[in-house]
Design a binder for this molecule. Structure first.
Ligand SMILES: [Zn+2]
Length: 457
């Protein structure tokens, strides 16, 4: 990793996120070099420390531990914690009781959870947690061979205007120092993909990083229109990558695809290693549990529960990510014992297809809702069903008698109209639940309209 970037550029450019980065990276790397037994002992100690902190300073957990008779010293990293899960509905209902009293409000940083498996809620983390998570993300990037400062092109984000008129500061930091090109992916059509292509060929990135469906759409476009440069590394994140898209991306860009797992609320916590036998969850950042929920044609599936070992501002203990996974009994040939899953069966979303063939990637719909920056207190789940090019049918689950439901629905519709750059025709339907599909997936967008043939959904 470039010491110039990790010691100087990043901490100076964004001290909020990168303060103390070099020391944090040293700590994570030291952990990675320890023998397995020592790593397990460190994880055990970090888990107990978090639980003790939660008991002492978080009213919700104090009450819960007392009610269930649980003591933090009982926790063991080789078995499930005997506690109920924490769900996004807890975050909707008990936001203040979930905060640690050890931090004054000004020391906590607020963000919105992803909007793909349920409507977004606000959550908090302490500054140290934000910095630790950023360091862990950079360290996981190195598993794929991506070092800070490598030439990278990012295909993500919903803000179309971000890169069109960048300020000189942004250009200096992102483009010159970090050698990063962004291609915001809230809206895709041939013209935008051509712009991506030109930028990509000009910058010749070592690393291509992006949402799975956007990478696939870009790969499909390049396949038709020619590709001269091949990146060394492709990293796909934020949503499930299906097998046809994986094959397409690998064949167009070469066999270097890595799938990463993370979300806005817990950060990047899992990554494929160079053996590509599944994803590992990094035990320095989280303690994960796999809660069996049933069988599918592909075998048993498990709910992914995460205890975040970094966030002391608002501890997440046995947090239901909304994603399911499949497991393997075999240890990865890379030798790591880190918890490993073969597949993430989580967030999937068709794109919304407009009359002229433009597409709003489904993942961007979730991102857009998360960026609305407030907790959805009334509407807990939504599913968009596209009936025609202009017609979106919104299915939603509402908590009884909550007066803000109408307002929240309006703001969702408005946000999607903005993303699509046109007013859609909306119909609304209240339902009691939006169940998981049999495969374990949760589908945010379901399009009954055939996509423009050049752009994948
Ligand atoms: Zn491995």
């Amino acid at each position: 990793m470039s010491r110039f970037h990790t010691h100087i550029v990043l901490p100076m450019a964004e001290p909020e996120r990168y303060g103390g980065l070099a020391g944090r990276l040293r700590q994570i790397r030291k952990f990675e070099r320890m023998p397995e037994e020592e790593q397990r002992a460190v994880q055990q100690q970090r888990l107990q420390q978090l639980l003790e902190h939660a008991y002492k300073t978080v009213p919700y957990y104090h009450q819960l531990f007392d009610d269930t008779g649980f003591r933090p010293s009982d926790a063991r990293v080789d078995r499930p914690l005997p506690l109920p899960m924490l769900t996004r509905n807890h975050l909707r209902n008990e936001s203040n009781a979930l905060l640690s009293t050890a931090y004054p409000p000004q020391d906590l940083r607020r963000a919105g959870s992803s909007g793909t498996t349920s409507t977004p809620v606000l959550f908090h983390r302490n500054l140290e947690a934000l910095r630790d998570k950023t360091a862990l993300t950079l360290q996981l990037n190195t598993w794929a061979g991506y070092e800070a400062g490598d030439r990278v092109m990012m295909l993500w984000g919903a803000h179309r205007d971000m890169a069109l008129q960048p300020s000189w500061r942004w250009r200096l930091y992102e483009q010159v120092l970090m050698r990063c090109t962004s291609a915001p992916s809230g809206f895709l059509n041939r013209e935008i993909l051509e712009r991506f292509r030109l930028r990509y060929e000009k910058n010749r990135p070592k690393v291509l990083y992006g949402y799975s469906t956007v990478l696939a759409a870009f790969a499909s476009y390049l396949q038709e229109n020619g590709i001269r440069h091949k990146p060394q590394i492709v990293i796909a994140t934020a949503e499930v990558m299906n097998e046809p898209n994986r094959k397409l991306v690998e064949s167009v860009f070469g066999g270097t695809l890595f799938i990463y797992y993370g979300s806005r609320d817990i950060g990047m916590i899992g990554a494929e290693c160079s053996k590509h036998e599944g994803l590992h969850f990094h035990p320095w950042g989280s303690y994960v549990e796999f809660d069996p929920i049933g069988d599918t044609p592909e075998g048993p599936i498990y709910r992914l529960l995460v205890t975040d070992l970094l966030n002391y501002g608002q501890p997440f203990i046995r947090y239901d990510t909304g994603d399911c996974v499949t497991l393997t009994n075999q240890r990865c040939s890379c030798g790591r014992w880190f918890p490993q899953v073969t597949q993430i069966l989580g967030r999937v979303a068709d794109g919304i297809v407009l009359e002229d063939g433009s597409i709003v990637p489904g993942i961007s719909v979730g991102t857009q809702m998360a960026q609305m920056g407030h907790t959805f207190r009334a509407i807990s789940q939504v599913q968009f069903v596209q009936k025609t090019h202009e017609h979106l049918h919104l299915r939603y689950v509402v908590k009884d008698g909550n007066p803000s439901a109408k307002q929240e629905l309006q703001s969702i519709c408005r946000a999607i109209d903005l993303l699509a750059n046109q007013p859609m025709h909306w119909t609304l339907e209240q339902v009691s639940d939006i169940p998981r599909e049999r495969s374990g997936k949760i589908r945010l967008c379901l399009s009954e309209v055939a996509a423009h043939k050049e752009i994948l959904q």
